[in-house]
Design a protein around this ligand. Structure first.
Ligand SMILES: Nc1nc2c(ncn2[C@@H]2O[C@H](COP(=O)(O)OP(=O)(O)OP(=O)(O)O)[C@@H](O)[C@H]2O)c(=O)[nH]1
Length: 334
């Protein structure tokens, strides 16, 4: 006897998993700096020499970073944006959650272009922040500055120090000097740093949200910034010369845990109180408290306050004031 499953049964067996939330990264930079080479190297591990220039493409790719599955959506933007494409560039910037801003060490022009692109990123993110109803809980969008083609030693026009300085000047979260052609590890570290910095800022903003909405522990000063754990991010070989490698991570989850700990402590206190119950069956603390709180239906007398000032009291001497006119007059007399 053959067993056939009806469509109803097969539908019942179908388990719907929520679609994983992608991590949206945009790669920006002047034409020819190696954006497509970087993205393709990250996804396929291979270096492919030539790509169709000015082709804008989004790649989906998932991999494990820091023991967590990350679903990347990577937008390889077209290098040369014409006037008509600026609106498109703006909307792409608003779409992204992290940026890889790229230049070539062999092209000074591409290095200068990073300044303008970072300005555009800031501008669009600020606009998005202002128009959003959740202004404070929107995470910061990390921008990683990447100097490519470090293998072309003879053609170098931008030094490592200049790159590091520029990274700080324009407010990037970190700086990498790499060669997409030479090293897959360097490429990998660029994307994993983008993810790590995004995670940190995301947790921080959630922490802010949590501070605003959750139960706050006793004695919490809301004016203070959230607790910083001082966690150090793993830095890449390409960025090892940067001394300011430590970033503090105020973590929202920590905020929650802290509140729970406080509540547990409160519970412990109340347990010890209920354990100190006297032989009469009533808690000593409760009785003491009642005795202190009880007014026996008699309210303490109010402190007397006079409504009108005492007429017999001598008034203070009136302060002598000189009007402007008087001062003018006296000035004329001398
Ligand atoms: N020597 C060297 N060449 C590289 C490196 N990365 C990319 N290239 C070369 O640089 C050229 C431009 O690379 P693309 O990836 O097309 O650059 P792009 O930024 O995507 O350019 P557009 O698509 O025009 O925006 C290609 O010939 C690549 O082979 C590198 O690390 N070293």
């Amino acid at each position: 006897m053959s067993s056939t499953t009806s469509p109803k049964t097969s539908l019942a067996k179908l388990v719907l998993y929520p679609k994983p939330k992608p991590f949206k990264v945009m790669v920006l930079g002047q034409s020819g700096v190696g954006k497509s080479a970087l993205v393709v190297r990250f996804i396929t591990r291979r270096f492919i020499g030539e790509y169709d220039p000015n082709l804008e493409k989004t790649y989906s790719f998932h991999t494990v970073i820091d023991n967590e599955m990350v679903y990347f959506e990577i937008l390889d933007s077209a290098g040369d944006s014409h006037e008509s494409e600026y609106a498109n560039l703006d909307s792409n910037i608003r779409w992204a959650e992290a940026f890889i801003l790229m230049y070539s060490v062999t092209d000074k022009c591409s290095f200068d272009e990073c300044h303008r692109l970072k300005f555009l990123i800031n501008y669009n993110k600020r606009r998005r922040r202002l128009s959003s109803s959740m202004k404070d809980s929107l995470p910061e969008t990390p921008v990683v500055l990447v100097a490519n083609k470090a293998d072309q030693i003879g053609d170098r026009m931008v030094s490592t120090e200049e790159g590091q300085r520029r990274s700080k000047e324009i407010g990037c979260v970190c700086f990498h000097e790499i060669s997409v052609r030479e090293s897959i590890d360097q490429v990998w570290s660029v994307f994993s740093d983008a993810r790590r910095f995004w995670r940190v800022s995301n947790k921080w903003s959630r922490g802010r949200e949590c501070r605003d909405t959750s139960i706050v522990g006793i004695g919490t000063d809301l004016r203070q910034p959230p607790v910083a754990l001082g966690r150090t991010l793993a830095r890449t070989i390409s960025d090892s010369t940067d001394t300011a490698a430590t970033i503090t991570t105020p973590v929202g989850a920590f905020c929650n845990r802290w509140t729970e700990m406080d509540l547990e402590e409160e519970d412990e206190i109340s347990v010890t109180r209920s354990n100190s119950t006297s032989s009469s069956g009533k808690s000593e603390d409760t009785e003491e408290f009642r005795a202190r709180a009880s007014t026996d239906s008699r309210l303490p007398p109010r402190p007397t306050r006079t409504r009108h000032p005492n007429v017999n009291r001598p008034l203070p001497p009136p302060a002598r004031r000189m009007s402007v006119a008087m001062r003018g007059n006296s000035a004329n007399t001398y």
